[in-house]
Design a protein around this ligand. Sequence first.
Ligand SMILES: [Fe+2]
Length: 174
Amino acid sequence: MAVLKIPDANVTIDNFKEIQSFLEARGIWHDHWKAEEVLSSDASQDEVLAAYARELKPFMERGGYKTADVINVHAETPNLPAIRTKFLAEHTHTEDEIRFFVDGEGIFWFHAAEEVFSVACHAGDLLSVPANMTHWFDLGPQANVKAIRIFIDASGWVPNYTDSGIDKKYNPSY
Ligand SMILES: [Fe+2]
């Protein structure tokens, strides 16, 4: 289950309903699905997508999403430092960024209306970052995450970096 933190206010929330309403008030959609499929660390993209097809298909049809793929990062992933750095800088996208976490941990950071907060996502967490919202993504100390990415058009997911530098104030050094 997700954990929400507001570091400047020294607040941590681990109750799903409270997190969901906090995020909803800021235009961020969050839900939790069952994620009980056992997948190996080197499971292929097709294996991961097939394991969750039953949930994914109706969700994608309802939302008009056209394509899905899998991000699978673990300790043996080549170029891990470069991947980590790419995600850690504040950016926006022209389309919603939707992730369904199936294993490991990934931490979304949001910078909305002068407020900065993070949501650590784990297996079962489904989260949609609205288009044009400033955010960044931390692979966490373990750098171990498996998540399904859902798109209307994958070309909308290109990061537009803000170069604000605000991420550096919050990101730990691993
Ligand atoms: Fe992003």
